[in-house]
Design a protein around this ligand. Structure first.
Ligand SMILES: O=C(O)CCC(=O)C(=O)O
Ligand SMILES: [Fe+2]
Length: 323
């Protein structure tokens, strides 16, 4: 079974070369790693989890004021997302918001007091840690220092940086018995450059599958490794955009969230995902030019189209990966 390495960011400025090597080696192989002793405080993360659970506890009619819009990839959705790997609906709710481009999808002070303030602080800290990591990857891939910064520019109107709050409903023993074929989140890769994934201790279920060869393939192997929550640590994974930007060297591997099993904790699971996504107008191309250049905006549209076509095929054939 693959190992998910734990990378310690203590004394980062003095240890930057060493950390860069560790990040690179994790990204070349598993595509997943944990970060410990990073710059995001536990209090900031806890406050964001509180804000997120308060939002999800609102009535569906209030949450529907922030309804998901596919075109903008923003807003709230419930029992709505289907992955080509499963053909069943993910057992979850989510709220996706961006730092500047979706103010109308951020719950108001009246609807959810404190949410906007907590989300802003959290997103700012996620952004700053992400640029630190992306700078290491830039150097590891042979790009100039800070190469990725202008491509993840949150001050521009074409910014695609996104926070997704996730809420997986609690289950009963009967639900668990009847859960064959259901997933909290079906196997998928992320479309972004880098995802920071925050989990709460005890709320397990995330699993990853190492071994993807090309950013264009659409299948997962069958060896799954748990990425269980570790107190204070962030689980990080490479996404398809960085896989492409690295000419397939860094691996955007499949991952999923399984349903709890009988005898396990059956309560709700909350997670927070910060998706780093290149600005729509940024041009993505690896140093080896393995793929033609593509803009950040077009890359997302193509990824969604590929997903859509795979879902269409699913209605005619069995699931591409019996995940
Ligand atoms: O909730 C999790 O742990 C994973 C979520 C995820 O992979 C996603 O939303 O892309
Ligand atoms: Fe994901």
């Amino acid at each position: 079974m693959a190992q998910v390495p734990i990378i310690d960011l203590s004394n980062f400025p003095e240890r930057k070369q060493e950390v860069t090597q560790q990040l690179l080696s994790a990204a070349l192989d598993t595509g997943f790693f944990y970060l410990q002793h990073h710059s995001i405080s536990l209090a900031t993360v806890d406050e964001m989890f509180d804000a997120s659970s308060k939002f999800f506890s609102l009535s569906d009619s209030v949450k529907a004021r922030y309804a998901f819009e596919k075109q903008r990839n923003a807003g709230w959705e419930k029992l709505a997302q289907m992955r080509p790997s499963t053909g069943t609906i993910d057992q979850k709710e989510s709220l996706s918001i961006s730092m500047i481009t979706t103010p109308d999808k951020i719950p108001t002070e009246q609807a959810c007091p404190g949410f906007a303030v907590s989300a802003r602080t959290f997103m700012e800290q996620c952004q700053s840690l992400s640029l630190q990591l992306l700078d290491c990857f830039a150097q590891g891939l042979g790009f100039p220092a800070n190469y990725f910064d202008p491509h993840h520019d949150v001050t521009r109107g074409d910014c695609q940086q996104t926070l997704r709050c996730l809420f997986y409903h609690g289950k009963t023993d009967a639900d668990v018995k009847a859960a064959a074929g259901l997933w909290r989140a079906g196997a998928h890769t992320d479309f972004d450059t880098l995802t920071l994934l925050f989990q709460r201790p005890g709320e397990k279920g995330l699993e990853m599958c190492a071994g993807r060869q090309a950013c264009t393939d659409f299948a997962a192997g069958d060896e799954w490794t748990p990425v269980d929550p570790i107190e204070g640590a962030i689980a990080v994974n490479i996404g398809d955009m960085l896989m492409r930007w690295s000419d397939d060297r860094l691996k955007s591997n499949y991952h999923r969230v399984r349903m709890p099993r009988a005898g396990e904790y059956l309560g709700p699971r909350y997670s927070l995902a910060w998706f780093n996504q290149a600005n729509k107008e940024s041009i993505i191309q690896g140093p080896l030019k393995r793929y033609p250049p593509v803009s950040g905006g077009q890359f997302m549209l193509d990824a969604m189209q590929r997903n859509y076509e795979a879902l269409q095929r699913l209605t005619k054939e069995p699931a591409v990966c019996a995940a």
